[in-house]
Design a protein around this ligand. Structure first.
Ligand code: C2E
Ligand code: CA
Ligand code: CA
Ligand code: CA
Length: 278
């Protein structure tokens, strides 16, 4: 009885009501955002450390809210994953990324775009079917879209996730394992997954030139990558020293504020034109 009482109290606590109210508000706002197409993609370059040239871009979602301005994904993505709204948002996003890649290609820019896909979106095969339809409708037989997944995508049903990855790869997409090092999978587990690229999480890259533990972790991931044919991307590089260190030990690609922040498409185009002049 005591427990039930406690429970009842919790359900009706003002704090709880506030939380519920906030969720309802966010849910309403996000549904409107989907209808009114208030989302935009920003693009952040991935740089080839050997040549210093652009390798590809990552598409990062922003919400252009009428009341709150440009809202970063950290403030709403988790909510959309829990409510399932990530599915319609993800459909819009894939369509948008494909149009952008095609637009760039028509203008002579061959730029691959990687998109972030969460575990919730992998629960059914619809996401692969959407990409397949987009490929069939285009002039090309292979997609310019790559897929970024996190280790959490393999927890629920590894077999099903691996099957979807195979289907994505058949369309010409590459699979990037995002935020590597923050999850629970061991290096040996990685060899079971059909991934092409490992993205080392920013937490290992920040200050790596002075952090011996992070250095040995990155070195061991690198030697595994060599053995199994994975490419390595270092996320979140912010300093010249980090870049120099990563280059010296043979990391393939890097991404971070040192090169550029995520940018709207037109800003990215200007950045690229400027960089090519150098
Ligand atoms: P992520 O996929 O790990 O994306 C990288 C995040 O690190 C981006 O934050 C980017 O702006 C930030 N970043 C890049 N370089 C640096 C750097 O040098 N220093 C620092 N401090 N940060 C850097 P953003 O755009 O706020 O995105 C945060 C997270 O939201 C993403 O992390 C990803 O997990 C999620 N997200 C973003 N867009 C999408 C999306 O379209 N779908 C899904 N499911 N998740 C998304
Ligand atoms: Ca990512
Ligand atoms: Ca990441
Ligand atoms: Ca991250």
């Amino acid at each position: 009885a005591k427990e039930a009482g406690k429970h009842t109290y919790r359900v009706f606590s003002p704090e709880m009501n506030q939380k519920v109210a906030k969720c309802i508000w966010l849910d309403t706002e996000l549904r409107r955002a989907i209808e009114e197409k208030q989302f935009v993609l920003h693009y952040q370059p991935l740089i080839n450390l050997c040549t210093g040239r652009l390798h590809s871009v990552e598409a990062l979602l922003r919400w252009q809210s009428t009341s709150r301005g440009l809202v970063p994904p950290g403030e709403f993505i988790r909510f959309t994953e829990e409510s399932g709204l990530i599915v319609p948002i993800g459909r819009w996003l894939m369509q948008e990324a494909v149009s952008q890649a095609e637009h760039w290609r028509e203008n002579g820019l061959d730029i691959r775009i990687s998109i972030n896909v969460s575990a919730r979106q992998l629960r059914d095969a619809e996401i692969v079917n959407q990409l397949r339809e987009l490929v069939e409708r285009s002039h090309s037989t292979r997609t310019l879209i790559d897929i970024e997944l996190t280790e959490s995508c393999f927890i629920e049903d590894e077999k099903a996730a691996v099957e979807l990855m195979r289907q994505f790869k058949q369309l010409g997409a590459r699979i990037l394992l995002d935020d590597f090092g923050t999850g629970y999978s061991s290096l040996s587990q990685l060899t079971r997954l059909p991934i092409d690229v490992i993205k080392l999480d920013r937490s290992f890259i920040t200050g790596i030139d002075q952090n011996f533990q992070a250095q040995s972790l990155v070195r061991s991931v690198l030697s595994l990558a060599r053995a199994f044919g994975f490419t390595i991307v270092a996320e979140g590089v912010e300093t010249e020293r980090e870049v120099q260190f990563l280059k010296d030990i043979g990391v393939d690609y890097a991404q971070g504020f040192f090169y550029a922040r995520p940018m709207a498409a037109d800003t990215f185009e200007a950045w690229l034109a400027d960089k090519k002049k150098l």
